[in-house]
Design a protein around this ligand. Sequence first.
Ligand code: TYM
Length: 350
Amino acid sequence: MSKTQATFDPKPDSHVGLSLFGKIALFCYTMNVNEKKQKTLLSGVKPTGHPHIGNYFGAMKQFVELQNTHSGYFMIADYHALNFIQNAGEMRQNILDLALDYLALGLDPKTSVIFKQSDVQEHTELAWIFDTITTMPYLQRAHAYKDAQAKDKEISVGTFNYPMLMAADILLYDTDVVPVGQDQKQHVEYARDTAEKFNRIFSETFKLPEPLILADVAVVLGTDGQKMSKSYNNTIPLFAEPEEIQKAVMGIVTDSSGELPKNVFAIHKLFRPEAELKSLYEANNGKYKVLKEALIADIEAFIAPLRERRKVLAQDEKSVLKILAEGAEKAREVAREKMKVVREKIGTTL
Ligand code: TYM
């Protein structure tokens, strides 16, 4: 199938978790893209452990849905993860795991470029160049930096500089669109600002990327009602085994007011259309155990085929390594050309 052909899947149940408005927005966005020249999409995930359903609904689901209508680059952000994982064995395992996750979700190495950041040295090179045109006060405004500072954490230069490496990731590929969750919005803005600043100083070089954030799933909530995040220990892992699903769902915090258990409902609506859920929740008003069991069944029905596909793929590590090596080659080709232009612009090419 031609990459510019419309391949958007209009089945309503493939977009459970999105309101009608969200579905229409994604549909219009895709159709609009199809009419125009093919756009470039890039996004990434840090290999810091098992992804959760927040990563999936907030970002990874869009990767899979948009890969046929875009020229897609899907990155394993291992140099970003180095800020958190400083153990070689763990890093290696996490990278392989994330590659398997991408493939099990349906990213197709034939149509998309699946690669790891550290394989393309141009990312760190460009990040350095961006450092030289970026001020400290500007980076001090980053949410992640401010949070770390508020918690009195020791902040590495890598953490401080995180947005510049991410700007390099995005801008090297002339990216049009970056599908992410709400927490990455500011980082995409940093990339845009940095592109503008470079263009202003050295003349037009970088395209300005747009974030793609779907309102309904911009912030997926965890089992305690806060944003789902590994660091809050409130996640439902994306490839969870049945016992893990059971444990996570039974641990969802509910209040005893007898009202609709909003934390259960908020997660449930990712898996079943809201209209259907309303009647289920009304019919079982106050019966938290029944509702949690229904949620467990729905999550299991969704995860089971993904988990099985992942297990099959995991038996062939060699193929995964080959996919990453080929992805790196394709990404390098593009990044190398872009860096030739950048070096000309800054005057280091003699
Ligand atoms: P990371 O690995 O923290 O998260 C991966 C993606 O999952 C989204 N996400 C969520 N979305 C909705 N609700 C949640 N509770 C939730 N938790 C996480 C994140 O917004 C993200 O889209 N800096 C990036 C990785 C990165 C990147 C890039 C992304 C590096 N370079 C270039 C895009 C483009 C990160 O740490 O994502």
